[in-house]
Design a protein around this ligand. Structure first.
Ligand code: SF4
Ligand code: SF4
Length: 337
């Protein structure tokens, strides 16, 4: 999947937002011409999937024109190209008509009324009803678990009303650099009880949860936890080591980043690459290759799963500021040998 970030504007101000380097700091929108360049760049790799993301993508003044363009591209192909749209759902009603004409999958990040206020939440619910009517089985709802005291009951009301059976969720990573230097206990250990409480509620309601980012650490689960996780009808990535692949996000200025979590570490121009496959390989060699060898937490030192490259120790953002030093250290070492 490669995402095009079409705008940095957002109509919400979520306290946990990962994209704080960009969102609402600048009013930058991608130009329509650059959107087309980014689209054709992704299409050079026929197997790659496309995501449209923001900020809140529906706030781009030319969002409708972009959708019409994608619909036109679809009409030219034998197979409709699937496009994933990430949205908070609050303004999506304006575009249901044209979205219905293409091959879109919607990922709706649902926030609690306590976070976004009753008015926006009511709009979200109204729009979910519209989406459910028009995009049966082609949408998924998600929740960001950002605090152990946050409200999550509302997501189960949504899942119940729309008879949904899956829930996407992310364990958020602190969005300020100085708060990323956490111990394993602070970053994950303290969240376990809350996370498993949400899982328990999923289990009771016949919902299969799956992780988007920042998979919970397997070293903090015990045989009882594993037994419980295995009771889910669909296990998706629930029982997986905490690792991830370069997603690739293309920014409005046509620079590419590995993913939001690594946005402040490295940006490169898509013009310097043949296609997204080459770009992905570049990020793997320049970021993942080194990052996965850096122990995220004290407990990771000497851990076999880290040495085998199975576990990254959670989101790479926890150690983004240590990668460059380690990379230089490796390069100097190999120059000497
Ligand atoms: S690398 Fe770290 S986080 Fe991953 S399993 Fe080992 S100790 Fe746990
Ligand atoms: S490093 Fe991995 S977990 Fe973190 S934001 Fe990027 S893709 Fe997600």
């Amino acid at each position: 999947m490669t995402n095009i970030i079409i705008t940095y504007k957002c109509n919400l101000k979520c306290c946990y937002c990962f994209a704080n380097e960009f969102v609402n700091k600048t009013s930058k929108n991608i130009t329509f011409e650059d959107f087309i360049k980014a689209y054709y760049f992704i299409r050079r790799n026929e197997r790659d999937r496309i995501g449209i993301i923001g900020g809140e993508p529906t706030l781009h003044p030319e969002f409708g024109r972009m959708i019409e363009f994608l619909n036109g591209e679809n009409r030219k192909q034998k197979f409709k190209i699937p496009v994933q749209i990430y949205t908070n759902g609050i303004e999506i009603d304006k575009y249901i008509g044209i979205l219905k004409k293409g091959n879109y999958h919607l990922l709706i990040n649902c926030n609690s009324p306590k976070v976004i206020g009753e008015t926006s939440y009511k709009k979200l619910l109204d729009n979910l009803r519209l989406i459910d009517k028009n995009f049966k089985k082609k949408y998924v709802v998600g929740i960001n678990l950002f605090s152990e005291t946050m409200d999550y009951e509302y997501i189960f009301e949504i899942l119940k009303e729309f008879k949904l059976k899956t829930l996407r969720f992310s364990l958020t990573v602190p969005n300020l650099a100085e708060k990323k230097h956490l111990s394993r206990e602070e970053a994950f250990g303290k969240k376990k009880e809350f996370l498993f409480k949400v899982f328990e509620k999923c289990r009771e309601n016949g919902i299969s949860p799956f992780y988007d980012c920042n998979i919970f650490l397997s070293c903090l689960t015990n045989p009882e936890d594993l037994k419980f996780l295995k009771t889910f009808k669909e296990r998706y990535n629930l029982i997986k080591y905490s690792s991830c692949n370069p997603v690739i996000d293309i920014l409005p200025d046509l620079k590419a980043i590995r993913c939001f979590g690594m946005s402040d570490y490295m940006k490169v121009s898509i013009n310097d690459f043949k296609n997204t496959e080459e770009l992905r390989k570049f990020f793997e060699e320049e970021i993942d290759h080194y990052a996965k060898k850096i122990p995220t937490f004290e407990e990771c030192r000497g851990c076999e799963e880290m040495m085998l490259g199975n576990c990254y120790g959670g989101c790479l953002a926890y150690k983004a500021d240590r990668i460059e030093e380690y990379k230089q250290h490796c390069k100097q070492f190999f120059n000497k040998v």
